[in-house]
Design a protein around this ligand. Structure first.
Ligand code: BDR
Ligand code: CA
Length: 306
């Protein structure tokens, strides 16, 4: 059983990842922390609470940073995820509230309380994780691992020709994380671009899980339409679910172990690059994936939901 916290900017594929984690029998979800990216941090918090209520889980949601470490704030990615984060599904107010503790402090405390056991899966920009590292010198040692959805080794970018969106939205934070010495796994575009879900796949999820699968199918229409606008007609990538699956099924991913750094300026800003050997502890960078196995796990487990 993996003890997991997801740091998230929900977000359509974030919603898929959180529903997957709620359904997975090998994951003990301990809470969510929120960050800007697909939406503002405030909307991310509201959406995170709403997703947990949908899957009937009473768990803490800790709100994170409102802006990157050094860069000015970016506009949310409304063209990909819709103005409220869930495509065309209108905003709804959750019943619950976030906890009083801010995300970085919540992460620090949880990493101490579950020392050596906590797996952290950031599926948005890495600001909260960098703040936790900067505030607590033991944080990187206390977590079991940090499995990042972000970056790209050889695949090129998705928000610029060089950068993947999560890293691009706070490159300084990502560089702090790659330099921290924690056990890191990078689940980037090299693998997530290989794992595609089609309208038929979402229809099959909705057929078996009418309520929650149906909600994902409704959201996915907006996401799939965006993919079509950028010439990707064979489905949408399961970016965030792939990272959550990598937390429990590392065997489905082939890695290269490399020290990594992040470009923080100029036209390559947000690019994840190999650092000089010996300058930082290596990251397990996913370069190949058993895409049919990841997808089948995703479809099979979502079907368990109501
Ligand atoms: C990442 O960026 C966001 O749009 C997605 O939710 C995912 O986390 C993919 O580049
Ligand atoms: Ca995300």
């Amino acid at each position: 059983m993996v003890k997991l916290i997801i740091d998230t900017d929900p977000g359509i594929d974030d919603a898929m990842a959180i529903f997957y984690a709620a359904a997975a029998p090998d994951i003990e979800l301990l809470g969510l922390t929120t960050i800007f990216g697909n939406v503002t941090t405030k909307i991310a918090t509201r959406n995170a609470l709403r997703l947990l209520e949908a899957v009937d889980l009473e768990l803490p949601v800790a709100e994170g940073a409102a802006a990157p470490l050094s860069l000015p704030p970016f506009a949310p990615s409304a063209q990909v995820h819709g103005a409220e984060g869930f495509g065309d599904i209108p905003a709804a107010t959750p019943k619950g509230q976030p906890v009083a503790e801010e995300a970085a402090d919540f992460l620090i405390r949880m990493a101490r309380e579950h020392k050596g056991e906590l797996v952290l899966c950031p599926i948005g920009p890495l600001t909260n994780i960098a703040l936790a590292i900067q505030r607590d010198p033991d944080f990187a040692r206390n977590v079991k691992s940090i499995v990042i959805m972000g970056g790209s080794l050889r695949e090129g970018g998705n928000i610029t020709p060089h950068a993947e969106a999560n890293i691009y939205h706070d490159p300084h934070a990502a560089d702090v994380v790659f330099a921290a010495g924690a056990r890191l796994v990078m689940v980037g575009l090299d693998v997530t671009h290989r794992i595609l879900c089609t309208p038929d796949d979402f229809a099959s999820i909705a057929g078996q899980s009418p309520e929650l699968g149906g909600m994902l199918q409704e959201m996915s229409a907006f996401y799939l339409a965006f993919y079509e606008t950028v010439g990707k007609l064979d489905g949408c990538s399961l970016h965030d679910p792939a990272a959550v699956i990598a937390c429990t099924h590392p065997d489905l991913f082939e890695v290269e172990t490399l020290p990594m750094r992040v470009s923080c300026s100029g036209e390559t800003s947000g690019a994840t690059l190999e650092a000089e050997v010996g300058t930082r502890k290596p990251t397990a960078v996913c370069i190949h994936v058993d895409a049919p196995a990841v997808k089948s796990l995703f479809l099979k487990r979502l079907a368990l939901l109501p």
